[in-house]
Design a protein. Structure first.
Lengths: 510, 91
C-alpha cells in the first residue's frame, strides 16, 4: 500500500512513510487528546509541505471557530484558505429544525463534500468528528449504511482521509464502533495524568499490510502542532566513528587523545561547584568556534545565568548566541512529564540540527520519574543523539564515588568525574577519566583550574609522598628546582609541617 | 392559507428521487388549498444550491413560505406527521 506523508513530525518514521494513500485513517481519542489537531495538521502540512490541498469537514465548528481554536498553533491556516489550498466545509446540524419522516440518505453531505473537494482540487480530507452525526440523527441503521458508503466514496474520490472519533467507555476505541468501517489504519491518542505529570501518547492500533510498532509513542502539542517522538531501538548498529571532536579545552583534548569520539555521549559527574558546567560550556563554545551548532539544554539555570557565569571564567557565550550557533534551552524538569521532555529534546534537535549537545544537569529528571524511568528516557535520548552522530556532554550532580542515577554510566561512552579536594585550607579540583570506551586510557587524573582566562588542566604532580596539589604542589615544584643542600633542609621542614597537620585527604562534596 | 412555497432536494434522477417528488406533489395537491410552488433541486447536479441551503440528507423538504421555515428529511411517508409539522389540518 502506498503511503503519503502525514505532516505530523516523527509519525512518518514510525509508520515507515506516512498514512495509507487514498484511504481513510481513523484517529480515536478522548476530548482534548489531540485528534482534531492531528486532522488539521495533516491538512495544513499536506498543503504547505506536499502541495496537496485539503478540505476540513466539520459539523460543530464554523470556519471562524476552527481558526480561533487553532490560533495558538502556527499552521498558517488563514493564508492557506486565502490561497485556495485549504477549505473548511461546515455542515450545520441543527436538531431543532430537523424533522425526520421516513427514510433518507446523506447525499446532501456527499454533494457538498464533493463540491468542496472539486473546487480546490483537494487530495486530503479531514472529517472532524463523525460522532456528531450519531447524536443528530436517530436512525442508526441509515447512518451506519451511509458511513460505509462514505468511506467507499472517499476512496473512489481518490483522496487520503483522516476521520476523528471519540473514544468509547472502558477502553472501546470509538463510541460507535467506527473502527469496524475503517480497515486500513486506526490510531489512538491519549492524554494521561499520573502523579500530576501529564503525558500524551499515540498508538497505532491497526495498519493494514504493514508491520508497525505496537508501542505507544510520546508526543507533545505546542505552537508547531504535534511532534511525535519515534522511539528507536537501542542501537547496536550505530556506526562508530573514529573521528575526534575537540572538548573545547586543549589540555583535555590531550588527555583524551584528541577529544571525544564523534557521535558519543560523555557523562560528566561531580558534586555541586566542581566545574562540570564550565567544562560543558567550553565544549559548546568550542563547537561554535568551529562554526558548528550547539544545543545547550539547561535544567537548572536560565540562559542569562549561564552566559554570566561562564563569562566570569573567561568563556564568552554571548557571541555564539548572537551568531545563531549556540541555542540555550532552559526548562524545569518538574514542569513536564518525562515523555514530554523527550519529545521536546527530539523536536529541538530536529529544528536546530546541532552537531553538539549539552544537557546540564540530567539528575533533576529523577524528581519527575523514578530512577528507572529517568534512565529509560535518557537511554532514548542517547540513542537519538547517536543516530544523528551528535556528540554530547551530560552533566550529573552526584556525591563522590556514587554512580549517577541508577547506572546511567553504563549507557554512555565516556565518563569523566570532577572532584573537589580540600587540603591545607585550599580547594583543588581534579578531573578523572573513569571510563572511556574505545580508547586506551589509564585512569588518568588531572588538576583542573578555572580562571578568568578559562579552563585548563595541569598534570598532577607526583611528589615523594604521592600526588601533590594546591600550594603543596607549588612548594614541591620549587623544591625540585633547588640544589641538593637547600633541598634537604627544606624537605626536613616540609616533612615536619606535614606531620603536624596530617597529609591532605580527599574531602567529599564541594 | 397563504401561498405555500416549498423546495424539495433530492439526489439524482433515479427511482427514489422520482418517488420522493411524486410523494410531495400528491401530498401538496391533497392538503394545500390555496396553491403551492414546488421547486425540485437535484443535489448532485446542483451542489452549490445544496450548500446554500445547508442540505445534509435527501430527500429534504423545506417550506420557505409561510414562515417560520420548516425542514423535513425523509421520504414523507407518514402524511399525518408531515401535516402536523407543517401546521396543516387533515382534509
Amino acid at each position: 500500500m502506498e503511503r503519503t506523508p502525514s505532516g505530523i513530525s516523527g509519525l512518518d518514521e514510525i509508520t515507515r512513510g506516512g498514512l495509507p494513500k487514498g484511504r481513510t485513517t481513523l484517529v480515536c481519542g478522548g476530548p482534548g487528546c489531540g485528534k482534531s489537531m492531528f486532522g488539521l495538521q495533516f491538512l495544513a502540512k499536506g498543503a504547505t509541505d506536499y502541495g496537496e490541498p485539503g478540505v476540513l469537514l466539520t459539523f460543530e465548528e464554523s470556519e471562524k471557530d476552527v481558526l480561533e481554536n487553532a490560533a495558538s498553533v502556527h499552521l498558517g491556516l488563514r493564508g492557506l484558505i486565502d490561497d485556495g489550498k485549504l477549505a473548511i466545509a461546515h455542515i450545520e446540524l441543527d436538531r431543532s429544525e430537523l424533522e425526520v419522516v421516513g427514510v433518507y440518505s446523506l447525499d446532501g453531505l456527499f454533494a457538498r463534500l464533493g463540491l468542496a473537494i472539486d473546487r480546490i482540487g483537494a487530495k486530503r480530507v479531514t472529517i472532524d468528528t463523525l460522532e456528531v452525526l450519531f447524536s443528530a440523527l436517530e436512525n442508526e441503521t441509515i447512518l451506519r449504511a451511509e458511513l460505509r458508503r462514505l468511506f467507499q466514496w472517499l476512496k473512489d474520490k481518490g483522496v487520503t482521509a483522516v476521520v476523528t472519533a471519540e473514544s468509547g467507555r472502558s477502553g472501546a476505541l470509538s463510541r460507535h464502533g467506527l473502527e469496524e468501517y475503517v480497515s486500513d489504519c486506526v490510531m489512538f491518542v491519549d492524554h494521561r495524568v499520573s502523579e500530576q505529570v501529564a503525558t500524551r501518547v499515540m498508538r497505532i492500533v491497526k495498519y493494514r499490510g504493514s508491520e508497525h510498532g505496537t508501542g505507544e509513542y510520546p508526543f507533545l502539542i505546542d505552537e508547531d502542532g504535534i511532534t511525535v517522538v519515534p522511539i528507536t531501538a537501542l542501537g547496536l548498529d550505530h556506526p562508530a566513528s573514529r573521528e575526534k571532536v575537540s572538548t573545547g579545552i586543549e589540555s583535555l583534548d590531550d588527555m583524551l587523545g584528541g577529544g571525544y569520539f564523534k557521535g558519543t555521549t560523555v557523562l560528566m559527574s561531580g558534586s555541586a561547584g566542581t566545574g562540570k558546567s564550565t567544562i560543558s560550556a567550553s565544549f559548546a563554545k568550542g563547537a561554535c568556534e568551529r562554526g558548528e551548532r550547539a544545543a545547550y539544554f539547561a535544567f537548572e539555570e536560565s540562559p542569562d545565568q549561564i552566559v554570566r557565569n561562564m563569562s566570569s571564567v573567561g568563556i564568552e557565550l554571548q557571541q555564539c548566541i548572537d551568531e545563531g550557533l549556540l541555542h540555550i534551552i532552559s526548562t524545569r524538569p518538574s514542569v513536564y512529564g518525562l515523555e514530554h521532555h523527550l519529545a521536546r529534546v527530539h523536536k529541538t534537535i530536529e529544528q536546530i540540527d546541532p552537531q553538539v549537545v549539552v544537557m546540564d544537569p540530567i539528575t533533576n529528571f529523577e524528581i519527575v520519574g523514578s530512577g528507572r524511568e529517568a534512565k529509560a528516557m535518557l537511554t532514548r535520548i542517547v540513542d537519538l543523539l547517536k543516530s544523528r552522530e551528535i556528540t554530547a556532554v551530560m552533566t550529573s550532580l552526584t556525591a563522590i564515588e556514587q554512580d549517577s542515577m541508577v547506572g546511567i554510566s553504563s549507557i554512555v561512552d565516556t565518563w569523566l568525574q570532577v572532584r573537589n579536594f580540600e587540603a591545607n585550607g585550599e580547594r583543588t579540583r581534579m578531573l578523572y577519566i573513569l571510563k572511556s570506551r574505545g580508547m586506551a586510557h589509564s585512569n588518568q587524573v588531572r588538576e583542573f583550574r578555572m580562571s578568568t582566562e578559562g579552563v585548563s588542566l595541569v598534570d598532577v604532580y607526583v611528589g615523594p609522598q604521592g600526588v601533590v596539589f594546591g600550594s603543596d604542589r607549588i612548594e614541591q615544584e620549587r623544591l625540585d628546582s633547588m640544589g641538593d643542600h637547600d633541598l634537604a633542609e627544606l624537605e626536613r621542614r616540609l616533612a615536619a609541617a606535614r606531620a603536624r597537620q596530617g597529609i591532605g585527604t580527599e574531602a567529599p562534596g564541594g | 392559507m397563504a401561498d405555500c412555497k416549498l423546495a424539495l432536494f433530492v439526489a439524482g434522477t433515479g427511482p427514489r428521487a422520482v418517488a420522493a417528488e411524486a410523494n410531495v406533489r400528491s401530498f401538496c395537491e391533497a392538503h394545500i388549498k390555496n396553491g403551492y410552488e414546488l421547486h425540485v433541486v437535484d443535489v448532485i447536479a446542483a451542489p452549490e444550491t445544496a450548500e446554500e441551503h445547508a442540505i445534509l440528507a435527501t430527500p429534504t423538504l423545506i417550506r420557505i413560505d409561510p414562515q417560520p421555515p420548516v425542514r423535513i428529511i425523509g421520504d414523507i411517508s407518514n402524511t399525518t406527521r408531515v401535516l402536523s409539522i407543517l401546521g396543516l389540518s387533515q382534509s
